[in-house]
Design a protein around this ligand. Structure first.
Ligand code: NAI
Length: 332
């Protein structure tokens, strides 16, 4: 019996969470889901969108599965997601991106991994209103965080049989901040010489090259904001946000969550694709050592996707979330 924190989030979060819980239940794996709510509704009742009980639950269980939580745009409370990552020091955001059989895209050779620094950069939220006409934001980059994320990326590359790590910055313009990130990346890369290839690219050039020839890239390591933007782009290379998984990993805890947000435009309509969250759950089960169950779920999911008869709307189909969920369970 595993104790796992489950944050169902809002928007499509509860729908996809229920789908994933149902699929895992169908494998007979025993999980005690410690369900913790967070977000705007919670803020109204408890005064804060991320109550301490959520943090405590993850610290106790060490592992969480998290669906997206809405962040008010341009006003309101700070992102629950950003706060959670900082509070738990989940410094590595891992976003693998690989073609899935049955999902047609302009490319059939995408197999790359985005490693995003998860605690600093413009996401640190250090902003100041100077006047009604001027606002400032601080891009926070430190040697400690840059070095550890690049080390994490190289270690990931070694353990997962990857060949190359590419450091992505805008160090030609942000000479001190991205310059420091790059300096750290070069320092770390020296330790892996002869084992893992290393190169560098500017983030704007990377975007162009990704949409022309994504197979050139293997492991990308980026400061927080570039990582956020580029991982949505790479999700688009393999079929969109509905299938793009992710994980936030720290020294003590890991929170598995998809790349996508709460998709308010399709909330409550039984249209959401649970694939991304399901793939997060698969990675979570592997992380817990439940490799056999994880592989069974993955096989059932890929089998439904490759047959292509039951597909959610984001993948060009007409099936509902429930129909897709039931099809996976039938395969199991
Ligand atoms: P989004 O990722 O929620 O949606 C972008 C587009 O992708 C929408 O058209 C949506 O319908 C579609 N989409 C996303 N996930 C899908 C799925 N599983 N199945 C089918 N279609 C899917 O991005 P958006 O609209 O920019 O953000 C909405 C909210 O989510 C914002 O408040 C944002 O701050 C929050 N957000 C939360 C994240 C998290 O909790 N980790 C991550 C990203 C955004």
């Amino acid at each position: 019996m595993y104790n796992i924190t489950l944050i169902k989030g809002d928007g499509i979060g509860p729908e996809i969470s229920d789908s994933v819980v149902k699929i895992i239940e169908a494998t007979n794996l025993k999980i005690n889901w410690d369900v913790q709510s967070a977000g705007a509704d919670v803020a109204e009742i408890e005064g804060v969108p991320l109550p301490q009980r959520v943090i405590d639950s993850i610290k106790k269980n060490k592992v969480a599965l998290k669906a997206p939580v809405t962040t008010p745009i341009g006003k309101g409370f700070r992102s629950v997601n950003v706060q959670l990552r900082r509070e738990l020091d989940l410094y590595a955001n891992l976003r693998p991106c690989k073609n899935i059989a049955g999902i047609k895209t302009p490319f059939d050779n995408v197999d790359l991994v985005v490693v995003r620094e998860n605690t600093e950069d413009l996401y640190a939220g250090i902003e100041e209103k100077i006047s009604d006409d001027e606002a400032h934001g601080i891009k926070l980059i430190t040697r400690k965080s840059s070095t550890r994320i690049v080390e994490w990326a190289f270690e990931y590359a070694l353990k997962n049989n990857r060949k190359k790590v590419t450091a992505v910055t805008k160090a030609n313009i942000c000479k001190l901040t991205d310059g420091l990130f790059l300096e750290c990346a070069r320092e770390v890369a020296k330790k892996y010489e002869g084992k893992i290839e290393y190169n560098e690219v500017l983030v704007d050039a990377l975007c162009m090259q990704l949409v022309q020839n994504p197979s050139k890239f293997d492991v990308l390591v980026l400061p927080n904001l570039y990582g956020d933007i580029v991982s949505d782009l790479t999700a688009g290379l393999i079929g969109g946000l509905g299938v793009a998984q992710g994980a936030n990993i720290g020294l003590d805890c890991a929170v598995f969550e998809p790349v996508h947000g709460s998709a308010p435009d399709i909330k409550g309509q039984n249209l959401a694709n649970p694939t991304a969250l399901l793939l997060c759950a698969v990675e979570m089960l592997k992380h817990l050592g439940e490799v056999e169950v994880a592989n069974r779920i993955e096989k059932a999911l890929y089998s439904v996707l490759s047959e292509g008869k039951i597909k959610t709307r984001d993948l060009g189909g007409t099936s509902t979330t429930d129909e897709f969920t039931d099809a996976i369970i039938a395969k199991l």
